[in-house]
Structures are given as C-alpha cells and as structure tokens.
Design a protein around this ligand. Structure first.
Ligand code: BG6
Length: 487
C-alpha cells in the first residue's frame, strides 16, 4: 500500500515568528512538502515584528526550502506555486500594531484559520488576547503552541488559563513533536494492531522497560532557553513522558482524540511520586564536561555556556514506577542527555527470564526476550529471541534478532513530524496533541522531582562528553541487577 495524500480544506496559516528559526527549519519546509494536499485558496502568512515585504518573506522562504528540503524534492514550478501563496504582515504582539491589518487580510470568511505561535511562551497570552480583541477568532480558528508550556505546574496553569480565555480547548493544539514522528505513531500500531503482544504486555511477563533519548548535540545556540530549562523540563516532562504513556496505556476504544488522551492521562495520574527521600536513589542529574563528540573535541557545558556556576542538568536518568494493576513492580528506566555517545532514541521492553531451562550448561546463557523499538535513527523494531546455533556441537542457544527495518520494509519517504502535525491542525484532529490536563498531570509528577533535588541538595554529576552519562546512571539500573541496553 502506498501513502495517501488526502486533500484538506482551504486554510489560512498564520505563523507568528514567521521569520524565526522554527519557521525556517521546520514549518515552511513541512508546508512545502504537503502542498499537493492543499485546496485553493490556501495562504501562508508570516507575521513578526520585522518590517518585511511579501517579496522579502518569499525570498526568506525560498532560502529555507532550498536549505532544509532535500534537493531532489524541490521542483522549481512547485516552489514557485508555493511562494505565491506566501504573504507577510508586520505585527507587534506587545503594542498590538498590525493586528487590524491581519484582520483585513483574513477577512470575514469562515475559512479555517490556524495561528501558529512560533514565538517565546511569554508572548502566548499576549498574542491570544490580541487575536480575540481584534475579532480574529472565528469558530473555525485554531491556535498552535509549542513547548515549553510553563516551567512548573503553576506557570503551565497560568499559560493554559490565558489561552483558554480566548480559545476553546477543541481549538488549542499543543505540539509535542515526538507524537508526530512516524515511529512513535507506530507504537500504537504495534500494540493495538497485533494480537501478539497484548497478552504479554503486563507485569506478569515484562521485567522492565527502558526509554532512552540520547543526543550528541550540545547547546546549539539555545543558551538562554536551555540553561533555564534543563533536561528534565526540556525532554522528560514532554517527549519521554509521552513515550511512556504510549507504552503503558490501556487500549483506547478508538483513535478518537479524547479516547487516546483519556488513556494517557490515566498513566500520568498513576505515576508514583518521587519524593525527597527517594530522589537520590531513583534519579540522576548530570552535566557534561569537556570530551569528544561527533568526531571532535567539545567544550564542557559550563564553558559552552560561559557561566561557571550553572547547575542545570544536561542529563537525567529516572527509575519511574506506575502504580496500577498492569504495571505494579515493573520499573520504567528513563534517560536522556546531551553530548552522549551516540544519537539514539529507543524503547526496550524486556521480558522476564524463562522459569526453567531444559538445555543444560552447554547451551550458554538463556537471555530474556527483548522488544527493541528504535525511534531514530535506523528506525525499526527488533525482537530478540533465543535460537539454536546451527551445526554440530549439541544444543547451544544464541540470542538473535528478528529485525524489521523501516527503511528496508517501506519505500516511502519518512516524513518529518511537523508535516503530519500541521495537516492534523487543519483537519482539526487533536489525537496527536496534548490536552490541557495531560500537560498539567505531567508537571504534577515533575515538580516534586525538582523539589526533591533542591531539598536533598542532590548534586549535578559531571560526565565526559561522548560517554553514556554519569556513572551513577549505570549504578541506578545495575543496583536492580539490570543493565542499560547497548545501542
Ligand atoms: C526538543 C528539545 O523538543 O527536542 C531539544 O527542546 C531536543 O533540546 C529536541 O534536541 C530533540 O528532537 P529530535 O526530533 O531531534 O529527537
């Protein structure tokens, strides 16, 4: 079966922060790729403080497409058509200048309107209110916001209140781009499109779960944001907890947005709080020191930052537990970090050992079955099983993988997460977006970890760039007689 491009209704897509980094690297290229799904008339309107003409914005977009879309995918006639749908309006979110112009441009029609806020979260409330005051919000309008949604529960609530004062929850699309990744959506296909796994998917058969999101990059020009956030806020509160939810949730009754989000929410509510006394045993905070990464020497975090006093964590490992019937007693080991040994995101489901071996000592060690879901790169699924070593020598067993590589199995291009997510915004499908209560439930679990770190004065531990993080992270899992899966 080949992929299908289902046309969407005509829409106006307004990008606040239209000349920013996200617009350049992700939004404009994603829109370009999906142009063949558009119906006419569809317009993309860049909106930011800079004073630009339509022609200048089009030139910005041309460069963005040339730089961020694969060369063979850029066709001159399609690019020309794409650029013709681009317009630009200078808008100042603080003074309100430009909103009336935007209103005039959008007119009174009930065409779908998506307001994408690719700006600092401190401007979310301001922009949302100005849209309302200027009569720009129609029943078919939607607003799209990116993380970080707050830096703790209180600030997330405040942000949600601000936007919620102007838009209904069904109009608010909170992006977690991990949910747009093909391999992450495939988690649901794997779990709920097969009979094979469900009977085993519980504490009777699963020993533990590991979720790793490792990166080799460092600060990447995001000094101010990252040092205020740190790995727990930047990666765990959103991406990693979303992955955990997809692994742990009950089968929703359908792919309906609320059916799926209700189930994820139950998992978040069932996460056991990590309090002050437990934090040193169940969590590790790390910060990279100078080392080697991606083929060359790299500076330590503090040097890269230019502040010797920062205690921001660039690495976190957590032993999480879900207090419900399905998962009681099954640890979920989570880890993420910058400047690690390699870039890999994967989920490992390790089953319990067999209860008794019939094979004797010559068979070698009978290792537990593992299901390894590789989200990126080299996307695929490996199921590790014991198999007989061929040939003479008696019954010797070997751990081998049934290996399904996405690239080898599917010929289609692997689309970027933003392509799918933007089209879902236009369709009004919220399945892959975070509902308000999910975001807040995630903070409810994260906040106590920060408090525990502060109360117990749990120090940030150094690790050499290019390694797998602090030794305490290895100890965290090895204390339980387990090891991190070698990627
Ligand atoms: C972002 C984080 O949400 O996700 C970044 O803010 C991180 O720090 C990025 O690098 C990772 O995304 P991906 O798609 O490259 O795995």
């Amino acid at each position: 079966m080949t992929s299908q491009l289902i046309p969407v209704d005509p829409f106006d897509f307004v990008i606040f922060g239209g000349t920013g980094d996200l617009s350049e690297r992700k939004l404009l290229p994603a829109l370009y790729y999906r142009q063949s799904q558009f119906s006419e008339p569809t317009r993309i309107i860049g909106a930011s403080r800079a004073k630009l003409s339509d022609a200048e914005f089009r030139e910005f977009a041309r460069k963005a497409i040339r730089e961020h879309v694969k060369e063979s995918d850029v066709k001159e006639d399609e690019l020309k058509k794409f650029l013709e749908r681009l317009f630009y309006i200078s808008v100042d979110a603080v003074s309100g200048e430009g909103f009336s112009k935007l209103k005039k441009a959008l007119g009174d029609s009930d065409t779908i309107r998506a307001f994408y806020l690719a700006v600092a979260p401190s401007l979310f409330g301001e922009i949302s209110h100005k849209l309302k005051e200027n009569g720009l919000i129609s029943p078919s309008s939607r607003i799209v916001v990116e993380k970080p949604i707050g830096r703790d529960l209180a600030s997330a609530r405040a942000l949600n209140d601000q936007i919620g004062a102007d838009f209904g929850e069904h109009q608010i699309f909170r992006i977690d781009h991990y949910l747009g990744k093909e391999t992450v959506q495939n988690l649901m296909a794997l779990r709920f499109g097969n009979m094979l796994y469900e009977p085993l998917w519980n504490s009777a058969h699963i020993d533990h779960v590991q979720i790793t999101v490792a990166e080799t990059v460092g600060l990447e020009d995001r000094v101010t944001y990252y040092d205020k956030a740190g790995a727990l806020r930047d990666m765990v509160q959103n991406h990693i907890l979303q992955l955990l939810c997809l692994v742990a949730m009950e089968a929703p009754s359908s792919m309906d947005a609320n059916a799926v989000r209700d189930e994820k929410l139950k998992v978040l509510h069932a996460l056991k709080r990590i309090n002050g006394a437990e934090a040193p045993k169940s969590t590790v905070r790390g910060q990279y020191r100078a080392g080697a990464s991606a083929g060359g020497p790299v500076k330590g975090y503090l040097d890269e930052l230019g502040n010797p006093d920062s205690t921001t964590e660039t690495f976190v490992a957590i032993k999480a537990e879900i207090a419900n019937w399905r998962w009681a007693g099954v640890p979920f080991y989570l880890r993420t970090g910058k400047r690690l040994a390699s870039r890999v995101s994967e989920i490992v489901i390790e089953l319990k050992p067999i209860p008794h071996s019939i094979f004797g000592d010559n068979a070698g060690r009978i290792q537990p079955n593992q299901l390894v879901i590789r989200l990126q790169p080299d996307e695929g699924v490996k199921q590790w099983i014991m198999s007989k070593d061929p040939g003479p020598g008696g019954m010797r067993l070997r751990h081998v993988a049934l290996d399904m590589s996405f690239a080898a199995t599917f010929q289609e291009r692997n689309p970027d997460a933003y392509e799918r997510l933007i089209m879902d915004v236009i369709r009004g499908n919220q399945t892959l977006f975070m509902r308000r209560d999910e975001v807040e439930a995630a903070w409810k679990w994260i906040d106590p970890i920060f408090n525990a770190w502060a109360d117990s004065r749990q120090e940030v531990q150094g690790y050499t760039a290019g390694t797998w993080g602090p030794s305490a992270s290895i100890a965290l899992i090895e204390r339980d007689g387990r090891t991190w899966h070698e990627s």
